[in-house]
Ligand binder design. Structure first.
Ligand SMILES: [Zn+2]
Length: 120
């Protein structure tokens, strides 16, 4: 669900905010829409402590990406550098998504007020 931004401002303030958002918009080359999931799992050895009440192995980090309902792209990120790259890439995607969402909500409000949406 989208975060709800405050659009109960004057049209002038909304237009100012919109100009600011547009000036801040940046598409990072590593943009990645996905989640990083941490898992602890039992191993394949039946006599291991993890099968007898001991701690499971991990953490293991998986990147998961929902492509469609029921279709998930998921793989293990083995190297710490991969995990760090994934964290940053996902954060960059979220930043962009938030900025676009706020711009979109401002535009909806401007449209409701019969204000033009194009650039000035
Ligand atoms: Zn084990």
């Amino acid at each position: 669900m989208a975060r709800i931004f405050d659009t109960a401002k004057s049209t002038l303030a909304l237009c100012r905010r919109k100009r600011f958002l547009l000036s801040q918009l940046k598409i990072y080359p590593d943009c990645l829409r996905a989640s990083l999931v941490e898992r602890f799992s039992p191993c394949g050895k039946a006599n291991c402590h993890c099968h007898h009440g001991g701690d499971k192995h991990g953490p293991f980090y998986y990147l998961t990406q929902c492509l469609a309902v029921g279709t998930i792209n998921k793989f293990l990120l083995k190297a710490p550098a991969q995990q760090q790259a994934a964290r940053q890439a996902i954060e960059h995607y979220h930043q962009l998504q938030e900025q676009l969402e706020e711009l979109s909500q401002i535009n909806a409000e401007l449209l409701r007020r019969e204000h033009r949406l194009g650039g000035d």
